[in-house]
Design a protein around this ligand. Sequence first.
Ligand code: DQQ
Length: 595
Amino acid sequence: MAGTSLAGWLLLAIYLPTIHGLRLAQMGTMSPNGGDDGVDFRPAYHITPPSNWMNDPNGLMERDGIFHVFFQFNPSAPIWGAPHWGHVASRDLAHWQRLPVALSPEETYDIDGVFSGSATVLPDGDPVIMYTGTSRRQELGFFWQVQALARPENGSDPLLQRWVKDPRNPVIEDAPPRGTNFQFRDPQTAWRQEVGEELGSLWLTTIGSQVSCVGAAPMYASRDFVKWEFFGYLHSQPGVVPSENETECTFGETQFGAEGRNWEVVCYFPKRVGEEVIHIFKYSDQIRGRTPFGRDWYVLSDVPLAFTNKTVPGQGNALTPSLRGAPFAPAIIDHGDIYASKFFNTSSGRLLWMGWSFETSTGCTGTCSDGTPLTDARGWQGLQTIPREVQVDLETGQLLMTPIGEVEALRSAQLFEQGGMKLVPGARRALPLKFPKGGSGGRQMDVSATFKLSDEASAEVSSTGFKVGVAVTHGRTGALTSVFLNGSLSAGGGGVEELEMWVDRSATGGATSANLQGGRVTLGGVAKEVTLRLLVDRSVVEAVGQGGRVRATSRVYPAGRGDWGLELFNEGAAGSVVAGVEAWEMEGAFVDDLW
Ligand code: DQQ
């Protein structure tokens, strides 16, 4: 296949298992460090694998009032390998039941991995999964990728526990023209679309790809969901020119996407906002040397899709990312340890999002897919975020993404509630949390904090530094994770004009990704108050700032034992703020039976 070095693929195929073999051999002599006892770091209310390795969310759907989350799962080891589809289901998006593996590699076309994919609920109510089947063709050495279908064995089983692969698989074998079957995966939930008078209404899907050495989202069209044909490009990597000579994409570039020249887990969802339709497109890219090396992006557009069927990415893409006449530059979905996330629609028309948060503990590189002695000893890796509600804010031209309201069903004891707490500049205040007996000691918390500018701060006329936040303290060692909002006040007084949110892990210990994760918040006006929401769950802090305008999901591995706590701080020079905080203990999400 053009663009691929055979020696390179072979090297990787041999290299990864060998490395892991060595690590497993070391395990017997290794003892986990403080606090890492295999239980402490496993989140309780986030979806985690029953054991071993988890990565991308797959096949997200609601069917007859049951929500299904499938996920990339290696049942044999706590490292990436021969993906299966694990499965959990829920009736309320808060409590989840673990179900048997839904799809396993067992056919010639998927023998080396049932890679990522999606579910589409057809108009008759029957769901169908489209996934990527991979086989390591001996002569090619690496993962040859084709698309395949699976349907429930028994549509009347509300839990959809058993899945049958379509005998006509693979249903899409041809990568797009000038593409490669080595970079052709993760079909997206299909949508039905009028594509012109001649063709009428078709099913369309889009598949993460590399074409002519650029990241691309080719579309495939079908009338019957079985026969699919290339249908031009939905979108492709902005700012790069497709290569005339595909062999310029050498091994490293093709597999790991140097310069992001390969797109994975692409998603497209149109969303009605008032009278208009906003087109939301998402992709995942990897860039060696970037921290984080994997990242998820979105673009928005108010321009209708225009189908051209062109065969070169970027020359007639259907989607033009543009809002209110201005080009829409790719925006970061989450500044933390997130990759391969997905959007999905509920039957009531809500648009939700969920992402894989990989481990970043000591020794991990990238997404920790080849493990470390520590992750081997823990016996599991990876989690899914709490689903987030997605709204389009047309005023500021961005997505607002907040943890779904349903997660509040997991709140048990209220640990703290108080408003009107004045924090003068330099103040730091530990909150007296009331822990319930038998609870998590602050390791599982839902925290909301509001910081209002006091009159004296609002009256400031200079552009003074503003920095307020919440620190999660991790037991007796003094380790802490700070989440803060900083920026400046408007020159004319009255509020915060510039704002950023950051998760600071420099005093947490144990994470290998950047200590500071966060970024700028687009406010759309001067703000009188700023807000933080933290979902703390043992080794993850999901931080959401300013009503979903900024998100960072950060993994934390504090070594300390003893109760965790919360501290408020005001480190800015901008004047006093008045804080309000509510915090709850969170119950575990897993149940034996949904009824
Ligand atoms: N992981 C899957 C692929 C996908 C990648 C394999 C993203 O299908 O492209 O486990 O993490």
